[in-house]
Design a protein around this ligand. Structure first.
Ligand code: ADP
Ligand code: MG
Length: 350
């Protein structure tokens, strides 16, 4: 039978917006000595914004952004949401301007994507199809292709046939993923340097390739949640060692860690989803009792492996399903409360 104290603790937890899989979870929480934190969406808001687009190899910045945005509109990653929003904004603002027929998009139309694929912790790819549009002398967009503009009323362009579309295979993601999408199989020394420059600026740098060639870099920046630094200070006071685990680059990870009070030796960057699990196992094998806090699909295996898996309520369903505890808000403060609650509850029933 479940001790009455534990049941009371579970009830108190739900009042605090902390959902617990079962009363026994509170007992596991008490013994935890290490807290592994995912970065994006857990320590940071995951509310990224595109800060720069660097076109490469003769590509156009707007075009790079829109092609990436078309593919990213099918992904639920915070990076994807930011790129999609920026691409829509770019499309909307260029609608009024003189957009030449060499441009890949017309107006704010979101092009169709086929063969969408997502590699967790790597990036996304797909084939983008867009109408062959151009503006005639009066500035009205008309379709060209199998039908001549004269045959078409300007408003109704009719059912487009295959010849009315051009397609490009577009990929967006981390450099190691993009390398696998390139005809050459690797980034050039010059491209590596561009990446180093973007990352040195503390940005998350996403590569875009078009038809097997590097087309540019999209730089994004996130904001650290105000609640993160106080919560991390509290974890330390409670005797928990905080560790930052992220798929993002080392420069961004180091900046975030420094800002929230996680020591440099406890930062692990560029970690792929399968390696997040490996890191948790490594800590467990070293005798640590590990809590893992995450929000993403990529965190789910590590949440399941940890002695205590904690999902942010603002995160994905997959993460919540893998976790023992889900905190309803988006603050690490509630994770602190979970630890305090379990200690109090078990203090009472002992
Ligand atoms: P985190 O651990 O910070 O939550 P992820 O493991 O989800 O990060 O992703 C790691 C890296 O993989 C990202 O920094 C990015 O470079 C790349 N990536 C993942 N998903 C996408 C996507 N939808 N679009 C572009 N890049 C992506
Ligand atoms: Mg995350």
């Amino acid at each position: 039978a479940t001790p009455v104290g534990l049941l009371a603790g579970t009830g108190r937890a739900s009042q605090l917006g902390i959902l617990i899989r079962g009363p026994e979870v509170l007992e596991d929480t008490r013994t935890v000595d290490t807290i592994v934190l995912d970065k994006t969406g857990t320590v940071t808001a995951g509310d990224l914004a595109v800060t720069a687009v660097t076109p490469l190899n003769g590509h156009d910045a707007d075009q790079v952004l829109r092609l990436a945005g078309a593919v990213e509109s099918h992904s639920e990653h915070p990076i994807a949401a930011a790129i999609t929003t920026a691409a829509r904004d770019a499309a909307a603002s260029s609608e009024a301007s003189d957009y030449s027929d060499s441009a890949d998009f017309s107006g704010s139309t979101v092009p169709e994507v086929t063969g969408f694929e997502s590699a967790a912790g790597g990036g996304v790819r797909g084939t983008v199809a867009f109408p062959r549009n151009h503006r005639d002398d009066s500035g009205v967009a008309v379709a060209i292709g199998r039908q001549s503009p004269q045959q078409l009323p300007t408003q109704t362009l009719g059912e487009p046939g295959p010849a009315d579309f051009r397609t490009h295979t577009v990929a967006a993601g981390r450099s190691s993923y993009i390398a696998t999408q390139l005809s050459s199989g690797s980034l050039t020394a010059d491209e590596q340097q561009q990446l180093a420059d973007a990352e040195a600026a503390g940005a998350t740098a996403i590569w875009v390739s078009v038809d097997g060639q590097v087309a540019g870099i999209i730089s994004l920046q996130d904001t650290i949640k105000e609640s993160s630094a106080p919560a991390i200070a509290e974890f330390k006071r409670l005797g928990l060692r905080p560790i930052l685990l992220t798929g993002d680059n080392a420069e961004v990870a180091a900046q975030v860690a420094a800002a929230v009070g996680i020591s440099a030796q406890d930062v692990f960057a560029g970690v792929r989803p399968e390696d997040k699990v490996a890191k948790v196992i490594e800590l467990q094998e070293a005798g640590r009792v590990v809590a893992m806090v995450g929000d993403g699909v990529n965190d789910a295996p590590a949440l399941a492996q940890a002695d205590l898996g904690i999902a942010m309520g603002s995160g994905t369903d997959v993460a919540r399903e893998a976790a023992d505890i889900t905190v309803m808000g988006s603050s690490l403060g509630q994770v602190v409360q979970s630890v305090q609650l379990s200690r109090k509850t078990l203090g009472i029933i002992k």
